[in-house]
Design a protein around this ligand. Sequence first.
Ligand code: AMP
Length: 468
Amino acid sequence: MSFSNLGLSDKVLAAVAATGYTTPTPIQEQAIPHVLARRDVLGIAQTGTGKTAAFVLPMLTLLEKGRARALMPRTLILEPTRELAAQVKENFDKYGAGQKLNVALLIGGVSFGDQDMKLSRGVDVLIATPGRLLDHTERGKLLLTGVELLVIDEADRMLDMGFIPDIERICKLVPFTRQTLFFTATMPPEIRRITETFLHNPVKVEVSKPATAAVTVTQSQVSVGREAHEKRDMLRQLLRNAKDLKNAIIFCNRKRDVAILYKSLQKHGFSVCALHGDMDQSARMAALDQFRKGELPLLVASDVAARGLDIPEVSHVFNFDVPHHPDDYVHRIGRTGRAGRLGSAVSIVSPADQKSLLAIEKLIGQPIAPLEGAPVVNTDTASADDAPAPRAGRASDGRKPRREGSQRSPRGSRSKSRKPDTTEIAAPPQTPSFGRAPIPVAPRDHHAEPADHSHLPAFLLRPIRARG
Ligand code: AMP
């Protein structure tokens, strides 16, 4: 099968050829002809399957006819995060270079004034996060009555983030007769209900999960105790000892912990950047860019922030926390071992993570083996690292989900054992200090070598703090 058999326009085929893609992926092959035939599509597929082009390419073909009117976008794409929205826009820029289409991004962190101006000029493709979109409609600066085609992408992630009420509101603001393309990686009951309500006789297109494909990923686990610093200590040792580590994504369950870990790794001299929902748009983009270019080879991230990002060639994934949703595990480890490359995924498992680990092993249908030659962590609380305590009262789930895009923070998951510390840090700086020259991924550290310190008083074992 080649792209030319799918019914795409000559302009679009030329743009695809220019990117060097010769064969459509299964989701593209199955979905594109139906999109062009104006059918509703229910696509069950994850990122990494080529699903973005599966809707962008036929949309570009359909949009060649007709013109945009002021304040009334012709098509609307809903994405759960700003990064995903920006990535979809990049796809339109790439494949639509030969067309004079107005593509606008409505995401938080960008001024309303600039966005209003773009909308008033008429928009062919509007890519938005649900909260920001509703802000604009409520201000009367946007009419959805001209939308001919609606794309709801990463629907199960929208569910996790509490966006489903917003999606339902938006679906009622667009014409009943529109075409709808709906993508989700999983089909929980709530998502099934939405598809039954808002899709009209959809064609169902399903492609296999990366979980079955990613046989090139070596999965392993290491155990640590209850103390929060043990995880950080273990992670540092894993980073120092990892074989063939080129770059890594380190996943935390909560964005507060992303901030803490980022700061801790930085203090220990690692070249690291962070990605979580509280950072402003430019800081997120800057971090991603540095990571993609390899200037900062370690990325600490939450699931929400990292979902669906197209980051090629990640050699390692570390689960600093075992994810609460087994699907997230599959998604995380799918970041490595792509396109037949070898990858490694190591989960750091504390007693509190055991239940989640069992659920994951059940989902993937195999046990996750202990890491061979796993490092031994220092369990002495007195020698805990210098990770700062979170700012009091700044829980990760403290705000309205649609404003913040926060992850769910299950009750009881808060670590009671975090060492009290007077240093205050809340989030990575909005513009992290990228100015300095990159330093190696795994610097040597003052307590890197295991040694018998049992005869020494605890205060002598305390690591020297880096100041300034
Ligand atoms: P997505 O699932 O949309 O995030 O796409 C994952 C990656 O696959 C992106 O880097 C795309 O540029 C790439 N891609 C999309 N379609 C094709 C194709 N037909 N052949 C090769 N790579 C593709």
